[in-house]
Design a protein around this ligand. Structure first.
Ligand code: 8YV
Length: 317
């Protein structure tokens, strides 16, 4: 393996994930920007790779701390926290971990839909706290099967969600930059998210995060969803106009939301937390043992391939 040091630039790696990175090369641990700035010049000069994870910004100034940096290997399909243009301008390769998490992310989207519609969380509470035992029945909740669903962003994750929804007999509508090869009967709405919202009860946000999709689910689209509308977000908090969402949820302009991602994670807007019609999850869509192992292996495969001069499994730039 190269003399190069791999900078581990996030505090969130598990012991197994760190061990895999250590198998690739010598590791320098500096989980926070402050720790990186405090590294000796010698240590910084030795860094040729960054193994990154999480959603903290990695910008040009951070990259400039490491003059010999050649590759940033992101743990995650999303790389919105990395300034890829700044990396490209410095000749730095960026890789990510696509595909291996599609199934889990789609599973969590459906889990939130089912949990929201059938009030699974409240039901569990009623059994545990004796409310049900005292003879009180959970109020009737809402049927999900057969209801129209909109997928905003028919990429690989969007498709995995749509396939699952189709299995629940839900008519599928979608937006995307181009029409996709889909089963018969799925409706393409171009990039018109308002038209998508008008056509469905459930709207799942599955677009790529980043500058281009800030506020993608706009105030107008949220309003177009109507009083039976439920928003599900497994993409990024930034993809929804969060203020507009909170106002619509509070006013009953839409029925509810299931959210796995937020602005400014892990600090969730208290106004969202106070709303009873929202199901909240701690950004856990890819968090299964199996998928996190595969993401970790792909992160390391990118590093290994890079240092071997082999084709990269999943380059970004
Ligand atoms: C993880 C994710 O939370 O893949 C992504 O883009 O957002 C999630 O799978 C992340 O990669 C690890 O923090």
């Amino acid at each position: 393996m190269p003399q190069a040091a791999i900078l581990v630039s996030a505090p969130y790696f598990t012991a197994d994930e760190l061990a895999r990175i250590e198998d690739v090369g010598e590791v320098v641990y500096a989980g926070t920007p402050d720790e990186r700035a405090a590294l000796s010049e010698e240590a910084r000069m030795g860094v040729r790779a960054i193994a990154n994870k999480g959603h903290k910004t990695l910008d040009g100034a951070q990259m400039d701390l490491f003059p010999n940096l050649e590759i940033i290997s992101q743990f995650g399909v999303g790389y919105d926290a990395i300034d890829v243009a700044a990396a490209s301008a410095r000749g730095i390769t960026v890789t990510n971990t696509p595909d291996v998490l599609n199934e889990d992310v789609a599973d969590l989207a459906l889990a939130m839909m089912l949990a929201w519609s059938r009030e699974i969380v409240r039901g569990d509470g009623w059994v545990r706290d004796g409310t049900w035992g005292k003879g009180k029945d959970l109020p009737l909740n809402r049927k999900m099967s057969g209801a129209p669903v909109g997928i905003a962003g028919m990429g690989r994750i969007g498709r995995a969600i749509a396939d699952r929804c189709a299995g629940f007999g839900m008519p599928v509508h979608y937006t995307s930059r181009s029409a996709k090869d889909t089963p018969e009967g799925w409706t393409y709405h171009g990039e018109d998210v308002v038209a998508l919202a008008e056509a469905v009860d459930w709207l799942v946000v599955a677009v790529v995060g980043g500058e281009n999709t800030k506020g993608y689910l706009s105030r107008e689209a949220i309003r177009a969803l109507g009083p039976r509308g439920v928003v599900i977000n497994i993409a990024r908090g930034t993809c929804i106009d969060e203020d507009a969402l909170i106002e619509a949820l509070d006013a009953g302009d839409i029925a509810g939301a299931g959210l796995d991602v937020f602005y400014n994670e892990p600090h969730v807007n208290p106004r969202l937390i106070a709303l009873p019609n929202v199901l909240l999850q701690p950004h856990q869509a890819s968090s299964t043992v199996e998928t996190r192992r595969d993401m970790s292996m792909l992160q390391c495969a990118n590093l290994t391939a890079y240092f071997a001069g082999a084709p990269l499994p999943s380059p970004v730039n």
